[in-house]
Structure formats: structure tokens, C-alpha cells
Design a protein around this ligand. Structure first.
Ligand SMILES: *[C@@H]1O[C@H](CO)[C@@H](O)[C@H](O)[C@H]1NC(C)=O
Ligand SMILES: *[C@@H]1O[C@H](CO)[C@@H](O)[C@H](O)[C@H]1NC(C)=O
Ligand SMILES: *[C@@H]1O[C@H](CO)[C@@H](O)[C@H](O)[C@H]1NC(C)=O
Ligand SMILES: *[C@@H]1O[C@H](CO)[C@@H](O)[C@H](O)[C@H]1NC(C)=O
Length: 475
């Protein structure tokens, strides 16, 4: 609304006359503890396809720095989920993930001939560090395909289906039970090294045929296998291991597989969810299921390496990723959000942290810090709360953590600048902290002031993400 010039002048005069300076109005964010949505499992990434080998080849100092950037809750992103790749390839050439049974044992009911090198392309090293040094509790082991000899196309790459699921018959027989045994054996190798796999996936992008490990599956075919896998896990006492399905490429594609899975919904009593990647369709609405839903893979795959938080809204910029995570959490109600790769070399944005070409530097992008803002303060078990208000143009979300703290995220993608006052109904903050990420800050601590009524004020700059954490206990 444009005020008439005369009136504006009058207002200016009045202001002058009273030496009255309008303070920049603080906007109020209201958090409602009684409105609860999904429970969070966390945030994460992957070092599959031999990316873990690249990390492991760094100097000890850079190894530690890279691990800290991923998993440390005070100096890094504090990731709470690691996604590992279960190999299906006959060898380790190129970036293949080698199988624990590279050669067919002779048939589906022959005694297995497993081979385990205790290294798994350095994924054992990353997993052990994540779990033992940094306390990561969620390890997602995910196969891209069954080994080739278990499939209709006799190749772990180029699509094909698991022999024995509906519509996939093979002269070698039905390999469903052998594949289930194989996946359980993989978990057991990790267990023997002190790493508990908590989530198990047997498909990746089953809607796509690629020149690397890939296996096609419909929802119905996935259900055929889950009917074998779940009891096989239970018999081996892995009753707590959650079966995931299906990591489809695109949110709508995953939604499309759900009806085929309806026959195993009871078996899905211990299944945490449907997993997905949003390369083709972003998580814009909830998937129809009673299980938690994870976004397991996304990245700016081809964009030239960008480490900045905001410049021109490029696909690799940190602010963009803060918003993508926000959308998946608040529109699709996801319980977890995983980037594709954590640390690796090369000139694209397919990873969060780049190993320099001379391998003498490890360089975090602002995408990592966008994740850090979420991951450090929205811990596994946190419940999303209703949140409204906030500065014009800003996105606001809120969570109650298991430790009782309330964590509020404010993403200002526009140019609005101002202070916010966070009020949590029925919650009197005794202390609070705020962290800022923008072009010049990496989750740096900012002032947060507790008011006499228990609300908390903090500043939100333009093009930034600010997290405010409120504690109501003396800490
Ligand atoms: C995380 O980083 C902090 C700060 O650099 C350091 O003091 C701490 O030891 C690290 N934590 C772990 C588990 O390495
Ligand atoms: C599973 O646990 C039961 C009870 O503790 C035990 O008797 C059985 O041997 C275990 N089975 C396996 C395969 O470890
Ligand atoms: C997802 O969260 C929204 C609030 O953002 C809520 O209104 C909706 O009911 C939730 N949907 C499901 C399926 O949980
Ligand atoms: C996000 O991370 C950056 C970089 O560490 C930091 O400066 C910023 O304060 C963080 N924001 C939140 C909301 O934690």
C-alpha cells in the first residue's frame, strides 16, 4: 500500500517532533508443543562405490578432519545416519562394490561360499569411526542389486530382476532365500566387528536400469522378497533390524510402488519405511504409509563445485539445500534426509566435502553447514512441532528433542533482516543458544536473549539460516 506523499511527510514530521525512532519490529514465532508430527531419525550421507577408500587414503590428520566434518556434533555436521553399500559386483575394478559371494556357489540351495575381507572398500573403517568415535547409532546397509548369478540377466548391472519374484523365472531356480541369507551374512560380518546394522535395504532405484549395479523391481516383486527376508532376519535374531523399501528414484515413483507393498504391510510392523531419492520428483507430499519415511539420496550431481551459501541461487548453494531439507521435512514429513556422498574428490557438487586434486586439502561446502544446522540440533528421536509466524519470507520449523530442548530453525532466503522472538507455549526457557550460517558464518554461535516471560530473541540476517535452541532446565 502506497501512502500519499502528504501523509508520509506528516508522519515524518511527527516522528521528528517526538524524536521517536521506530525500533525495527521483532517478529514473533510461536511454537505449539501440543501439535506434534513425525519423529526424526536423523540426517546422513554415504561413502559407497569406494568413496570411503578415497577418505581412507588421506593423511591421518586429513582423515580425522574429514571424519569430524561428517560426524562431529561441535566441529562438523553431526550426521546421525551412515548409508553403506552392500556389494554385488564380481570384482573391485573401477568403483565397483565387490560382493561377499563373487562367484555362484552352484545354485540357490548349494552351500554358500562367502568371502569377506574385513574391509568392504573401507566402509568398515568409516562405520567403525562413526559408531565408536562419534556415537552414530543408525547404520543403513543398502544393496544396489543382488549378485548377477541370482538375476534374470546374469549380471549385477543393467537391470534384470531377482530370480523367483513374480514374473522372474530362471533356469537356475529361485534365489529369494539365498539372497536373504546373503544379506543376513553381510550384517553378521559387521556385527562381528562391533557395528550393528539397524536398517537393511535390498533395492536401490528399482525403477531404473543403469550400467552399474542395478536391479529392477515393482512393489509386488519387492513384497515377494520381503516375505522371505523378514523371517530370515528374525530367525537370525535380527528382530530389531528394520527392512526398508524401495529407494525408488523419485518421490512419485516410490508412491507408485506402495500399493504393491500393501500385502506385506503386516510384515512391515518392523519396517521403518519407504526410502527414496528425489532426483526426478522432490518430496513434496507425504507418502501414504504408517511407517517413517526417509529421503535417502539427493545431490547436485553434475554442477561445478560450489562452496558458497548464497550467490545466485545455484543448485549447489548451501541456502538451497537448507530449503530442500525444510521442504522434505515439513511438506513430505520425512524422518530422515540423506545427501548422496559425504567426502570425495572431483569437481562436481555430488559430495558435501571435496578432496582437493592434490589430495592435500579437505574442503567443506556450505551444503555441509546447511545440513549441520539441521543435524546438530534436530537429534534422533526429536518430534516435529507446529510452528508459525516469523520474519516475512522466512521458513520456520521446530522440534522437541529427547533431552527436552526445543530447537527452532529459521531460514531466511530473502533479504529481510530482523530480530525474532521465539515463544514456546507452555515452556519457559531458562537458557538459549543461537547459531548462524550464511556466506560468512559456519554455524557460528550468535547472541540469544531470554526474556522475562521465557521467550527468546535472536537476530536473523538476510540469506541465512539461524537455529535457536531453548532449554527449560538449568544446564
Ligand atoms: C569434535 O570436535 C571437537 C572440537 O574440535 C573436539 O574437541 C572433539 O574431541 C571432537 N569429538 C570427537 C568425538 O572427536
Ligand atoms: C537367537 O536367540 C536365541 C535366544 O537367545 C538363541 O537360543 C538362539 O541360538 C539364537 N539364534 C541365533 C541364530 O543366533
Ligand atoms: C504431515 O505434516 C503436516 C504438518 O506439516 C500435517 O498437517 C499432516 O497431517 C502430516 N501428514 C502425515 C501423513 O503425517
Ligand atoms: C548452520 O551452520 C552454519 C555453519 O556452521 C552456522 O554458522 C549456522 O549458525 C548454522 N545455523 C544453524 C541454524 O544452526
Amino acid at each position: 500500500m502506497a501512502l500519499p506523499t502528504v501523509l508520509l511527510a506528516a508522519l515524518a514530521l511527527t516522528a521528528q517532533a517526538h524524536t521517536f525512532l521506530t525500533p525495527r519490529q521483532a517478529s514473533t514465532i510461536t511454537v505449539d508443543l501440543t501439535k506434534t508430527y513425525q519423529t526424526m531419525d536423523g540426517f546422513g550421507m554415504s561413502e559407497t562405490f569406494q568413496r570411503a577408500n578415497q577418505m581412507h587414503a588421506l593423511s591421518p590428520e586429513l582423515q580425522r578432519y574429514a571424519l569430524d566434518l561428517l560426524f562431529n556434533r561441535t566441529s562438523g555436521a553431526g550426521f546421525s545416519i551412515l548409508r553403506n553399500g552392500i556389494g554385488s559386483s564380481p570384482d573391485s575394478s573401477s568403483d565397483h562394490m565387490v560382493s561377499i559371494q563373487p562367484k555362484s556357489p552352484g545354485g540357490p540351495s548349494a552351500a554358500p561360499k562367502y568371502v569377506w575381507d574385513g574391509n568392504d572398500n573401507s566402509q568398515v573403517w568409516v562405520s567403525t569411526e562413526a559408531v565408536k568415535t562419534y556415537g552414530v547409532k543408525t547404520v543403513y546397509a543398502n544393496a544396489w542389486s543382488a549378485p548377477g548369478y541370482m538375476k534374470t540377466n546374469n549380471n549385477d548391472a543393467n537391470g534384470g530382476s531377482l530370480c523367483g519374484v513374480s514374473g522372474a523365472t530362471c533356469s537356475s531356480g529361485d534365489w529369494k532365500q539365498a539372497y536373504a541369507n546373503y544379506l543376513v551374512q553381510y550384517i553378521t560380518y559387521y556385527k562381528e566387528l562391533g557395528v550393528d546394522v539397524t536398517h537393511l535395504g535390498f533395492l536401490n532405484e528399482p525403477d531404473l536400469t543403469t550400467s552399474y549395479a542395478s536391479m529392477r523391481s515393482s512393489g509386488q516383486q519387492a513384497a515377494d522378497f520381503i516375505k522371505v527376508l523378514r523371517p530370515t532376519l528374525d530367525k537370525a535374531n535380527y528382530t530389531d533390524v528394520k527392512v526398508t523399501c524401495c529407494d525408488a528414484e523419485g518421490w512419485s515413483s516410490q508412491q507408485g510402488m506402495m500399493s504393491g507393498l500393501s500385502s506385506v504391510n503386516d510384515l512391515l510392523g518392523t519396517i521403518t519405511g519407504q526410502y527414496d531419492s528425489s532426483y526426478t520428483s522432490a518430496p513434496g507430499s507425504p507418502i501414504n504409509t504408517k511407517h517413517p519415511v526417509w529421503q535417502t539420496e539427493n545431490a547436485d550431481l553434475q554442477g561445478a563445485w560450489a562452496a558458497i551459501f548464497y550467490s545466485n541461487n545455484g543448485a549447489g548453494e548451501g541456502l538451497n539445500w537448507a530449503l530442500k531439507i525444510y521442504d522434505a521435512i515439513t511438506k513430505a514429513n520425512v524422518s530422515a534426509y540423506l545427501y548422496w556422498v559425504g567426502v570425495q574428490g572431483g569437481a562436481t557438487n555430488s559430495k558435501l566435502v571435496r578432496i582437493s586434486d592434490d589430495k592435500k586439502q579437505v574442503i567443506p561446502s556450505k551444503r555441509l553447514w546447511a545440513f549441520a544446522n539441521w543435524s546438530r540440533h534436530v537429534r534422533p528421536g526429536a518430534v516435529r512441532l507446529g510452528a508459525s509466524g516469523g520474519p516475512s519470507g522466512a521458513r520456520v520449523s521446530a522440534f522437541k528433542n529427547v533431552d527436552g530442548s526445543v530447537s527452532v530453525q529459521i531460514i531466511q532466503s530473502g533479504t529481510g533482516v530482523g530480530s525474532v522472538s521465539v515463544k514456546v507455549q507452555g515452556f519457559v526457557a531458562k537458557s538459549a543458544k543461537a547459531w548462524l550460517t550464511d556466506n560468512s558464518h559456519d554455524c557460528d554461535e550468535q547472541a540469544a536473549t531470554v526474556g522475562s516471560d521465557g521467550s527468546v530473541s535472536a537476530n536473523v540476517p538476510a540469506r541465512s539460516m539461524v537455529t535457536v535452541v531453548l532449554q527449560n532446565a538449568d544446564s
